[in-house]
Design a protein around this ligand. Structure first.
Ligand SMILES: *Cc1c(COP(=O)(O)O)cnc(C)c1O
Length: 379
């Protein structure tokens, strides 16, 4: 049996090695490492795939979120509502820009932002909502857009974990994750669903004026060469990364299918086990399973993890601490117990190996040993 990893990038690379190596050689020969034709090609291919007017490539997903916020002319002290159960980058950029992150709880079954909690958190200072499509399925965008419209707020989607997921509105229209709100952000970190071989990210929008701002901000606030109209950043996707991404984009839907097959295998294996709650897929969104995250109840989770390690099956906790209890983000505003769902999830979640190359032998081995470990660690 192949070694089991959380993410197996090497096996995936071997399948596309010829295409990747050829494209890399092309870039090396051209020496157009920055803003070369490969970046333009990928940008335009991604625009077609997503059905969005503008893709602005940038250095990483965190930059994408930061630049998105910078493009909206927000003022220090303006409030941005997001979830407390996410990767830190979502709130980090809000705080860095002198804006106030206002955290809210999530829904227990989807791990996504609780739309009822959003409306309660709105104040006259609220300017934007940042829903995170956590683990690969979209937040309830129909309700989020309705709230945003009612209170005149921007919506910035953190689609770093959900590229390729499709959201269906009640009128039947469908949109890709990241193209639904005012602006969408994604990451091409190697382990992400569309990952490159280094750092990378992109920003999406259908708004021409915002796209113009975004393109200037990622390039030192420069809208005309050497004329700097605002304080910007330097955030670029390089040509070698664009080459990898342009190859992998063709396989993105197939990759999502492989992930869904593995998730279905896990779901079935754990269906009748009382201590395991398998992830729910929301009716209106497809799931691209960036992570397969389940919950365990009545189990000593530390012991469970140790037992899995003995069997050489890596498992991870995404995430062990909600943002409102992180040292850097603690404030008088928040206390233990403020967001009970997220706090409970942090104690219960376990993410199993999830990638495009899991085979049946590995899945059988993982599920057999996980069931055994749950039994042995039951309280
Ligand atoms: C990965 C990730 C980011 C940050 O992306 P980087 O490319 O690592 O900067 C932001 N938000 C979420 C939800 C992520 O998973």
């Amino acid at each position: 049996m192949k070694n089991i990893q959380m993410v197996d990038l090497h096996s995936q690379y071997l399948k596309i090695k010829k295409e990747i190596d050829e494209k890399w050689e092309q870039v090396l020969e051209s020496c157009a490492f920055i803003n070369g034709p490969m970046v333009k090609q990928f940008q335009s291919d991604l625009e077609s795939y997503l059905g969005v007017k503008h893709v602005i490539p940038c250095g990483n997903g965190t930059d994408a979120l930061q630049v998105a916020l910078m493009s909206l002319n927000l003022q220090p002290g303006d409030e941005v509502i997001t979830t407390t159960f996410t990767f830190i980058a979502t709130a980090e950029v809000v705080a860095l820009l002198g804006l106030t992150p206002v955290l809210v709880d999530v829904e227990a079954d989807t791990f996504n932002i609780d739309t009822k909690a959003i409306e309660k958190a709105i104040t006259p200072k609220t300017k934007a909502i940042v829903p995170v499509h956590l683990f690969g399925q979209c937040a309830n965008m129909e309700q989020i857009l309705a709230i945003a419209k009612k209170y005149n707020l921007y919506v910035i989607e953190d689609a770093c974990q959900a590229i390729g997921a499709t959201y269906t509105f009640s009128d039947g229209t469908t949109k890709k994750a990241g193209t639904i709100g005012t602006i969408g952000c994604t990451s091409f970190f190697p382990s992400k669903n569309l990952g490159c071989y280094g750092d990378g990210g992109a920003i999406f929008t259908n708004d021409d004026a915002i796209a113009y701002q975004l393109r200037g901000i990622v390039n030192h606030g420069m809208f005309k060469r050497y004329y700097h109209d605002m304080v910007g950043v330097n955030s670029r996707l390089d040509s070698l990364q664009a080459a990898v991404l342009d190859v992998k984009l063709k396989y993105l839907d197939e990759y999502a299918q492989n992930r869904n097959k593995a998730a279905a295998f896990y779901n079935q294996a754990f269906a009748d086990v009382q201590q395991i709650i398998t992830p729910k897929v929301h009716n209106n969104s497809t799931h691209v399973f960036h992570q397969y995250t389940l919950r365990v109840k009545g189990v000593d989770r530390e012991k469970l993890i140790a037992l899995m390690a003995e069997k050489h099956v890596p498992v991870m906790i995404y995430y062990p601490v909600p943002l409102h209890l992180q040292k850097a983000y603690k404030s008088e505003r928040y206390q233990h117990g403020d967001f009970p769902v997220s706090e409970q999830l942090c104690k219960e979640v376990v993410s199993l190996p999830m990638h495009t190359e899991l085979d049946e032998e590995q899945l059988k081995y993982i599920t057999k040993n996980f069931l055994e470990a749950v039994r042995l660690s039951s309280l």
